[in-house]
Structures are given as structure tokens and as C-alpha cells.
Design a protein around this ligand. Structure first.
Ligand code: NAD
Length: 283
């Protein structure tokens, strides 16, 4: 989508961090942006701040892990802006529960916000983008953790691998329908992601039990928090996403820090083939 000016975008998780960076960068290019978030106050603040720059923006509150709320937000966006060209499935949470301490509630929360919302977003907004025939782009925020696994919350990796798989798979399906598909895989970005529990369902946080204060998991959490607090500027990420939309990048990365670990993963996968390379499968 070369000329973004005058187009409309729907951005989830837009009241904070990367989502706000994307909404800002798009609005600076003349895109009309409907910001969507679960946090009403932060959302109102974000919309008001962007309006001060004369951006054509509006806000709609929704919990994207609930399909009905996402549908209502889509209806509100059509009512407000008519055509929608760009969907940014960005809302996400850090996940919860490490081995031995995970719960159904934790998995449901991470998979609901990080993955089901993307599936439903594409299901609901895809036909709306197709309908006007002007083309469009779907960007979904996964993570480097959607390409390399490990860390404190397996539910986070599983949800983000799902977002990568969905995006990679839909690219060829949607290209003939004039919709580009990109997956955003950030490294560490300076946002509120380490405080994701602020948006967890009521009564859920207490089911998790206290986070460990010492030991390897506690060390990993501390390291993660430190890396995020010194992370990349979310507006820089938003500007990369804008470029990715303009040029239909399949993968939008923020930096090359984790590229060697991706090489390691592919090497390990290739090694798996080496074990059986010379054999003839029995059929
Ligand atoms: N910050 C990083 O280092 C990093 C790295 C890789 C990927 N990501 C991904 O980036 C995306 C944005 O996160 P961020 O880092 O900007 O964190 P953030 O906490 O600053 O922003 C996330 C936004 O999503 C909203 N949100 C949470 N649950 C929601 C729900 N159920 N419905 C609607 N909105 C909801 C929050 O209110 C918040 O405004 C996430 O998908 C995250 O997994 C972040």
C-alpha cells in the first residue's frame, strides 16, 4: 500500500506501547486511525493526545479476547470511518505460568488475548477490507518469541508461534485478494508489557500465586524487565510498521539482536533431518 494518506486503520492495544507507536506513526502519514484497547482511561488519553496533533483518530473500548466485543468494535469503526484498509492485531499480554505452576486460566488468558484475538480480527476485518476493493494490509504483532522459544511463560511462546504461523500461511491466500499480510516480531521494546497483569481478568491473578523472588525463574523475570525498560522506542517500531505496510514486508523486525538464535534454531531443525537423511521411509 504505497499511499497511506486518507486510508483507515484499526489498531488493537493502541492505548500503550507498540500499539500507540503504530497508531501515532500511521496518523502522522495521514491515516485515519481507530484506536482499540481494553483500558478505557489510557485509551481516552491516547486519543486526546493524538487529536492535539490534528490526527483524525477515534477510540473504541474492547476486550479483544472476546469475539463479540471485537465485532462491536468493528461495527463502530465502519460506522465512524466507513472503509477499513489496515488491521493491526497488536494487543497482547506477557502470558502467565511456568512449568509446574501454570493453570488453565493462564493458558486461556494468553491464548485468548494473543492468538484468538488475531484469528477473530482477521475473520471479522478481512471481509471488510476485501469489500471495497481498494486493497489493504493486515499486520499482527507476534514477537521474536514467536520464532525462538524458551523463557518464563511457555503460553506466550505458543501464542506468538501461532500468530507467526497464521500470518505466514495467510499471505499467499490473501495476496490475490489485494491484502498484504505482515507479522511484526519485535525484540525488546520499552513498553508496559512487564505489567500485563494489570489487564488480567478479575480473580485470575490470585490463582497464579506469588511470582518467585529467587532462583532461575526470578532471575529471568528480572532480566526481562531490565531489557524492556531499556528497550527500543515504540514510536520507532511504529515507523517500521508503517514502512512494512507501505512495502508489504512479510516480516517486520525491530533489530538483529536475536538473528543468531534463529540461525541456531534452523540449524537444530536441519540436524533433525540429518538423523534420517539416508533412510528410505517404510510405507
Ligand atoms: N515490549 C516488548 O518488548 C515486546 C516484544 C515483542 C512483542 N511484543 C508484543 O507487542 C504487543 C504490544 O505490547 P506492548 O509491549 O506495547 O505492551 P503494553 O502493555 O504497553 O501494551 C499492550 C496494550 O494492549 C492492551 N490490552 C491488553 N489486553 C487487552 C485485551 N484483552 N483487549 C484489548 N486490549 C488489551 C493493553 O491495555 C495495552 O494498551 C503485544 O502483542 C506484545 O506481546 C512486545
Amino acid at each position: 500500500m504505497k499511499d497511506l494518506s486518507g486510508k483507515t486503520a484499526f489498531v488493537t492495544g493502541a492505548a500503550s506501547g507498540i500499539g500507540l507507536g503504530i497508531a501515532t506513526a500511521l496518523s502522522q502519514a495521514g491515516v485515519k486511525v481507530m484506536l482499540c484497547d481494553i483500558e478505557e482511561e489510557a485509551l481516552a488519553q491516547a486519543v486526546a493526545t493524538l487529536k492535539l496533533t490534528n490526527a483524525d483518530v477515534d477510540g473504541v473500548r474492547a476486550d479483544v479476547s472476546l469475539k463479540a466485543e471485537l465485532q462491536i468494535a468493528a461495527d463502530a469503526t465502519v460506522a465512524r470511518y466507513d472503509k477499513i484498509h489496515i488491521l493491526v492485531n497488536n494487543a497482547g499480554v506477557g502470558g502467565a505460568g511456568y512449568y509446574g505452576h501454570w493453570s488453565d486460566a493462564g493458558w486461556n488468558w494468553a491464548l485468548g488475548v494473543n492468538l484468538m484475538s488475531v484469528i477473530w480480527g482477521i475473520e471479522i476485518f478481512g471481509p471488510l477490507i476485501e469489500a471495497h476493493g481498494e486493497g489493504g494490509q493486515i499486520v499482527s504483532t507476534a514477537s521474536i518469541a514467536g520464532l525462538i522459544s524458551g523463557g518464563v511463560a511457555p503460553s506466550y511462546n505458543v501464542s506468538k508461534y501461532g500468530v507467526v504461523a497464521l500470518s505466514e500461511g495467510l499471505r499467499s491466500t490473501l495476496a490475490p485478494r489485494a491484502i498484504g499480510v505482515s507479522v511484526l516480531c519485535p525484540g525488546f521494546v520499552r513498553t508496559q508489557i512487564t505489567n500485563s497483569l494489570r489487564n488480567a481478568p478479575q480473580g485470575f491473578v490470585s490463582t497464579l500465586g506469588p511470582l518467585p523472588t529467587e532462583g532461575p525463574i526470578a532471575e529471568l523475570i528480572k532480566e526481562f524487565q531490565g531489557r524492556v525498560s531499556k528497550g527500543i522506542d515504540p514510536l520507532y517500531v511504529g515507523e517500521l510498521v508503517r514502512e512494512g505496510i507501505e512495502d508489504d514486508w512479510p516480516y517486520i523486525f525491530t533489530d538483529t539482536e536475536f538473528e543468531p538464535l534463529i540461525d541456531d534454531r534452523f540449524a537444530a531443525i536441519k540436524k533433525g533431518f540429518d538423523h534420517i537423511r539416508e533412510r528410505q521411509p517404510r510405507r
